[in-house]
Write a new protein. Structure first.
Length: 64
């Protein structure tokens, strides 16, 4: 059951980029250069991002 719940919170690169308000290409560059620790999940050519990791990324970059 836990695995199913985690799968529901996975976003593809296009959806994750939209969620972060960046282009999919920018997200791909960040992954390739390891500029940010977004922890993408890669299975073959498919790349997915956990919604919780994206939320953590945004929270770390909030300006007071």
């Amino acid at each position: 059951m836990k695995a199913t719940a985690e799968l529901d919170n996975l976003l593809d690169r296009k959806s994750a980029a939209k969620y972060l308000c960046v282009s999919p290409g920018t997200l791909a560059v960040w992954d390739c250069t390891k500029r940010y620790d977004l922890r993408p999940i890669k299975v073959g050519r498919a790349v997915r991002y956990r919604l919780s990791d994206l939320d953590r990324f945004l929270e770390e970059r909030l300006r007071p």
